[in-house]
Design a binder for this molecule. Structure first.
Ligand SMILES: NC(=O)c1ccc[n+]([C@@H]2O[C@H](COP(=O)([O-])OP(=O)(O)OC[C@H]3O[C@@H](n4cnc5c(N)ncnc54)[C@H](OP(=O)(O)O)[C@@H]3O)[C@@H](O)[C@H]2O)c1
Length: 432
């Protein structure tokens, strides 16, 4: 029997769920694997907080760093979630004291992972992070182990449950972004602090940074991301997209173009028959396109205590079984510093909503600009929404593939026309 002596720093959603799961399944784990998960010490901010397990079963540490230094621990699990600060200190200390580390902290890995992976490598230790991307979906191990030798061409997905819940609710209940955000906060799906990271697209971009490192050996560099959140998404656009056969989703996508890294997180129109369009509410999904697999689609619970604890458990099992740890699925010296691909060079098809005066000649003037710039229009919808002639009406245009830079030039021209009354809404369309 192999015993892992474990210290857990952070007893919130994930830490508590992990302890409950281990308590409830200890014998099952032991019978199945001959591995005993022995939780020795725990730490959180407030000792006398009500928890859903009995803290007196474990040694309590006011300062989690003391566990990182203590010889009786084999593994330290960091579930506090600070981007640096105490979370970084716990992990660094644990590695320097020859302990394996498991974390669910994507912000920390995306921003400071490189030096920590170097440290883990120096001491031949595990720094495991399955829980950091898409909660309970085993995407890290799939890339690192299962398809490690299959060249990945592109990875894309829905990596943030809160934003997916908001967009789903807007569409289903015909509510505005602000109305749904209020509901999400009331239901405890997101807090004021978390919602900035979620809605701004940063949380998804943290996860994409990690995925693009695993897929393309690109150095962990959060600055390589283009990030646009969902706070400007209007219910009108969700409804027009629906009429055209699309749903709006926050899509994160990474690939290499012309030997440069392209990491994008932005709201996109997704065709209704694309599997990503059916991923609703708080679910996450990832689609991996490789040389051998056209679409490897993983879908599941991307957040929540129990699903995320499941990923932590799988990391613990790996640690118990291995003596060598390629934490990235390749040697750390293979990491490459890619240049960032310019967003203006991206070629995509687009959705535009132009709010213009309802008068003769408007539509033809607009379409003339598209033909002058040689941009191929796929569909046009002109939808008079009211009988009030003074109010602008929406003109919806979708394009075929076009370079973003070229489209930006046309948009600037059209926005300067006196009959165009608002800033043009522009959203990319996700190709299948
Ligand atoms: N929740 C999810 O669905 C999910 C999914 C994937 C990944 N993750 C990641 O998993 C990690 C944990 O998330 P969570 O949702 O469980 O967080 P959480 O509920 O906010 O819990 C954070 C825990 O850290 C403790 N803590 C804060 N400062 C501390 C300090 N200075 N010393 C010791 N403990 C301290 C808190 O103590 P108190 O309890 O005393 O306040 C709390 O127990 C984060 O990195 C998160 O990004 C979470």
């Amino acid at each position: 029997m192999k015993q892992l002596n474990i210290g857990i720093a952070g007893l919130g959603n994930v830490g508590s769920a992990l302890i409950q799961t281990v308590e409830e399944n200890k014998n099952y784990f032991l019978n199945k694997t001959d591995v005993s998960l022995n939780i020795v010490g725990i730490s959180a901010k407030t000792k006398n907080k009500k928890r859903n397990f009995n803290i007196s079963n474990y040694a309590w540490y006011d300062d989690p760093r003391e566990m990182s230094k203590n010889d009786q621990f084999d593994v330290i699990i960091e579930l506090i979630g600070e981007e640096k600060g105490i979370s970084y200190e716990i992990i660094e200390l644990a590695l320097r004291n020859k302990k394996h580390v498991v974390t669910g902290n994507k912000a920390l890995i995306a921003n400071h992972g490189k030096e920590l992976f170097e440290l883990a490598n120096q001491y031949s230790l595990a720094l495991s992070y399955e829980a950091a991307v898409a909660g309970g979906i085993p995407v890290i191990k799939t890339i690192k182990n299962s398809i490690n030798l299959d060249k990945i061409n592109r990875i894309s997905g829905i990596l943030n449950g809160t934003t997916n819940y908001i967009l789903t609710k807007m569409q289903e209940d015909n509510l505005s972004f602000d109305e749904v955000l209020k509901i999400a906060k009331e239901k405890g799906f997101t807090s004021d602090q978390e919602s900035k990271l979620d809605i701004g697209g940063y949380d998804a971009a943290h996860k994409l940074t990690i995925l693009s490192t695993l897929c393309f050996k690109s150095n962990l560099n959060f600055n390589n991301n283009y990030i646009e959140g969902i706070s400007n998404i209007k219910i009108e656009d969700i409804n027009f997209a629906k009429k055209l056969g699309y749903k709006i989703k926050l899509i994160s996508e990474a690939c290499i173009i012309e030997n440069k890294i392209s990491n994008f997180t932005s709201p996109k129109l997704v065709q209704i028959d694309n599997p990503l369009a059916s991923v609703d509410n708080a679910l996450n999904a990832i689609n991996i396109e490789t040389v051998h697999l056209q679409n490897l689609f993983l879908e599941g619970e991307g957040a929540g205590g129990k699903p995320t604890a499941s990923s932590v458990l799988s990391d613990l099992y790996d640690i118990s079984q291995n003596e060598k740890f390629d934490n990235l699925g390749f040697k750390i010296d293979k990491l490459q510093n890619y240049e960032k691909y310019s967003s203006e060079n991206i070629i995509n098809s687009y959705y535009l909503r132009i709010m213009a005066e309802d008068k003769p000649g408007v539509l033809s003037s607009i379409t003339n600009y598209f033909s002058d710039f040689n941009i191929s229009v796929k569909k046009i919808l002109q939808l008079p929404e009211n009988s009030d002639v003074d109010k602008p009406i929406p003109i919806i245009i979708t394009t075929h593939n076009v370079k973003k830079e070229k489209l930006s030039n046309v948009i600037n021209k059209i926005e300067s026309l006196d009959f165009v009354k608002e800033k043009i809404i522009l959203l990319a369309i996700h190709d299948n």
